[in-house]
Write a protein that binds this ligand. Structure first.
Ligand code: CAA
Length: 379
């Protein structure tokens, strides 16, 4: 795609975000729910199937376009942004990358239209950063598997119709026995046992899910048996670009608010934007936003060109998440007492930013990935 195509896409998504998403964001946060009608609109606009090829009902765009879509929607509402991101990065992508033709034909069209929402069942109560230690078990029953276990912190857990589920087909004490499955969430034995109450991204559902002898047909194995951990890690490489984009969207929203406020707020007889103390905060925010965008752009470009990008996606997520936390903190500082109240959106941006340092790999895990990739370069 040409640079001008990306600009055109950004303008289009930005308009949708400002007109259809932003006016709902405070209520989404308060009511802890994304309206079904908004999810429908996301699907109708192609935002849930951005890089699904047209032959499977998608918009046929690339990954860079997807990250731009997540950024713009997250600028308006971080909960809606992560619904798009988890659905696309964590459910659509592994089916596209590892699914066979039958699986793609069966699952992608409804995921592209938004008729189905996707989620990703990797983490467990005792397997967070140490994903390889999961204990959910998929017992081979001849023509099907029977999956039993408990999954935690599942984004889109309430809305999800299709789950990419990780379970061991061999009971190892490390990642080696893990396989990946496409699970239909209306299967008997699949139960949402808890919806988490959270600090931020309150409109995004985060569920605990119990699987009790869930029958999964053999044809729903994703990729090869016992190759599930690599599928999960490769999926998260892409997912991390999505979360970096979410963080960037939140940071941009906070920055724009603080910048505008600083020109309107009069203290000591003049706008506070004339004070160097405020200007320096705005300058640092602007620079961190630009750096985040370039890191995201680079990781997306590599992914689009089928080059390795684990290092770059971890760098983008680490930097953009920490920048979002810093920027939302400073944006409140610029707006002072007003910024701290619920009358202004800044406290929501601040609460929403925190999760980007945690899910799809904490900042510490990103540093582990970055260091491992750098050290591999030593002779
Ligand atoms: N792509 C493909 N394969 C990869 C890979 C990648 N990026 N990284 C590792 N692998 C493969 C390796 O090749 C190796 O496979 P083989 O044995 O076949 O060669 C295997 O995975 C193990 O590799 P490592 O020894 O490097 O892995 P590790 O056990 O040291 O773990 C880790 C690495 C970085 C700590 C990893 O466990 C990790 O990323 N943990 C964090 C998990 C995470 O992000 N969880 C978030 C869950 S999703 C979520 O947040 C919920 C939501 O809904 C949003």
């Amino acid at each position: 795609m040409l640079l001008s195509d990306y600009q055109e896409l950004r303008d289009l998504v930005s308009r949708f975000a400002d007109e259809a998403v932003a006016p709902l964001a405070a209520d989404i946060d308060k009511n802890e729910k994304i309206p079904t009608e908004l999810i429908k609109q996301l699907g109708e606009n192609g935002f849930l199937g951005s890089y699904i090829p047209e032959e499977y009902g998608g918009a046929g765009m690339d990954y860079t376009s997807y990250s731009l879509i997540v950024e713009e929607i997250s600028r308006a509402c971080a909960s809606t942004g992560v619904l798009v991101s988890a659905h696309t990065s964590l459910c659509v992508w592994p089916i596209l990358a590892f699914g066979n033709e039958e699986q793609k034909k069966k699952y992608l069209p409804k995921l592209a239209s938004g008729e189905h929402i996707g989620c990703f069942l990797l983490s467990e109560p005792n397997a967070g950063s140490d994903a390889g230690s999961l204990t959910t078990y998929a017992e081979d029953k001849g023509d099907h598997y029977e999956i039993t276990g408990m999954k935690n912190w599942i984004t889109n857990g309430k809305e999800g119709n299709i789950a990419i589920c990780f379970a061991k087909t061999e009971k190892t004490d490390n990642y080696k026995g893990i396989s990946a499955f496409i699970v239909e969430t209306d299967s008997p034995g699949y139960e949402i046992v808890k919806i988490e109450e959270k600090l931020g991204i309150k409109g995004s559902s985060t569920a605990q899910i119990a699987l009790d002898k869930v029958k999964v047909p053999k044809e729903n194995l994703l990729g090869k048996e016992k190759k599930g951990f690599s599928i999960g890690m490769a999926t998260l490489d892409g997912g991390r670009i999505g979360i970096a984009s979410q963080a960037l969207g939140i940071a941009e929203a906070a920055f724009r608010y603080a910048r505008q406020y600083s020109s309107e707020r009069i203290q000591f007889g003049k706008p506070i934007s004339s004070l160097q103390a405020i200007q320096f905060m705005l300058a640092d925010m602007s620079t961190k936003i630009a750096a985040s965008r370039l890191l995201i752009w680079e990781a997306s470009r590599l992914k689009d060109n089928e080059k390795p990008y684990s290092l770059e996606s971890a760098q983008a997520k680490l930097f953009a998440a920490e920048a979002a936390m810093w920027i939302t903190t400073k944006a409140i500082q610029v707006c002072g007492g007003n910024g701290y109240t619920k009358e202004y959106p800044l406290e929501r941006y601040f609460r929403d930013a925190k999760i980007t340092e945690i899910y799809e790999g904490t900042s510490e895990i990103q540093r582990v990935v970055i260091a491992a990739n750098e050290l591999k370069k030593n002779k």
